[in-house]
Ligand binder design. Structure first.
Ligand SMILES: [Zn+2]
Length: 98
């Protein structure tokens, strides 16, 4: 089980907060990635036809790689600048997303 009040938001939230340098999506806007969307649609359709339950897609899947990288780097920077896990105040967030 994961901590209900993590010190940092998940990486896809970080990635979404960055402008995408690949497709030019503004912060908060999804990537313009029709091929990625089509891939996910195909997979969903295959699962549906095979009688498999649908998955909840990680929204990172629909973002361009460079935007994901920007989000990861930002998260790593925040983690490095935050206090050590033992010194953190429970329930407090240490991200710089504002
Ligand atoms: Zn993009």
């Amino acid at each position: 089980m994961s901590d209900p009040t993590p010190a940092f938001p998940p990486v896809h939230v970080y990635a979404l907060a960055h402008r995408c340098t690949t497709c030019g999506a503004e912060p908060g806007q999804p990537c313009d990635a029709p091929r990625k969307e089509a891939d996910v649609d195909n997979l969903m359709e295959q699962r549906h036809q095979s009688g498999l339950p649908q998955l909840e897609w990680d929204s990172l899947r629909l973002m361009h790689a460079r935007r994901q990288d920007a989000g990861r780097r930002h998260l790593e920077r925040d983690e490095q600048n935050a206090p050590q896990p033992a010194d953190r105040v429970p329930g407090r967030r240490y991200d710089t997303l504002g």
